[in-house]
Design a protein around this ligand. Structure first.
Ligand code: A2P
Length: 329
């Protein structure tokens, strides 16, 4: 690796960190030097990437000024992002942050490259937010529908995999399906903290982030976010009320034009089938019985670690590389 970028992954030992390593390797991201960062607990641990072993360093002792990192992917939670992303940015690094710490700041772009990649204007020393997993996947369906017929309202119920909650819960599910765990053979209708209005933060993220990504500030959206005992792959049942009538065949036509989205006209797809796939899949598109000719119902499934986390973040980085003649330091 003699040419390319200096890249850091913060949270490299986690589930999403692991997905970053796989995605960067598969997509042959141009890396000259790779730094894997995590907590003190993991300091010295070895992780492999592209047939090389890398030693994990504690982010607390990492010197951003000294290492002059070009791009850092953060996925170690809000607190770590709040604490270290601004330091990295000050040192001239482009931070692509998978936490929700900066998503609602007006000056921080929140990007799904196939939907609002135009909102990116790259510069040295900036933070770009990677959206919430379910919101990101849903936006690939909402964007083309919005362009074709406008959107008044969205009602969505999610069925979110355990991998989205990190290695701890994933281990719990795997450990002989520990019957003591509340996620075993069960579903949990709360993800993240409950807000004063009775919605969970995860549900509010779907509203706040959809408005920002789709640039529909008055979008009405009501979500119910549910954790299910699926290892990987998020699903959602979405009902969309459009501004003008949109037939099923017109809906298929506009959905098929959306990059990053696979449209299944016959049958349906499950999270197991979509796990490991880059594209989000929409199936069971049908005229909604409650809203009539201005209503569509559909079933959306996507790999939450890929187009839901690591893949989208790496695609943001690739878009930046395309947009500017990135000057290596
Ligand atoms: P570590 O493995 O050292 O705890 P997951 O979402 O799968 O639980 O992963 C969380 C990621 O965030 C891990 O890489 C974890 O590192 C990292 N992390 C958690 N707490 C800290 C911290 N205080 N400082 C740095 N990294 C942290």
């Amino acid at each position: 690796m003699t040419s390319g970028l200096k890249v850091a992954i913060v949270g490299a030992t986690g589930v999403v960190g692991n997905a970053f390593l796989r995605v960067l390797e598969q997509r042959r991201f141009p890396i000259r030097q790779l730094f894997l960062l995590a907590s003190d607990r993991s300091h010295g641990q070895s992780l492999s990437f592209a047939e090389h072993e890398y030693s994990v360093t504690s982010v607390a002792s990492f010197d951003w000024d000294e290492h002059k990192i070009d791009i850092a992917f953060f996925s170690a939670g809000n607190d770590i992002s709040r604490r270290y992303a601004p330091i990295a940015r000050e040192a001239g690094c482009i931070v692509i942050d998978n936490s929700s710490a900066f998503r609602y700041d007006a000056d921080i772009p929140l990007i799904v490259p196939e939907v609002n990649g135009d909102d990116l204007s790259p510069k040295k020393g900036m933070i770009i937010a990677n959206p919430n997993c379910s919101t990101l996947q849903m936006s690939l369906v909402l964007a083309p529908i919005y362009r074709a017929a406008g959107i008044k309202r969205v009602i969505v119920a999610t069925y979110q995999a355990v991998s989205g909650a990190g290695q701890g819960l994933l281990d719990t599910l795997r450990e002989s399906h520990s019957s003591l765990s509340s996620i075993h053979a069960n579903v949990i209708p709360q993800i993240d903290v409950l807000e004063d209005n009775g919605y969970s933060r995860e549900e509010m993220k779907m509203l706040w982030e959809s408005r920002k990504i789709l640039r529909i500030p008055d979008l009405l959206l009501s979500a119910t976010a549910v954790r299910v005992p699926v290892e990987n792959g998020h699903s959602q049942a979405v009902v969309i009320e459009t501004s003008i009538p949109l037939s099923e065949s017109e809906a298929y036509q506009c959905l098929e034009s959306q990059r990053g989205l696979t449209v299944l006209k016959e049958g349906w797809v499950t999270p197991k089938e979509v796990s490991g796939q880059d594209n989000v899949v929409v199936s069971r598109v049908r005229q909604d019985l409650a809203f009539g000719e201005t209503g569509l119902s559909c079933w959306i499934v996507g790999d939450n670690l890929l187009k839901g986390a690591a893949l989208n973040a790496v695609q943001i980085a690739e878009r930046l590389l395309d947009a500017v003649n990135f000057s290596f330091r």
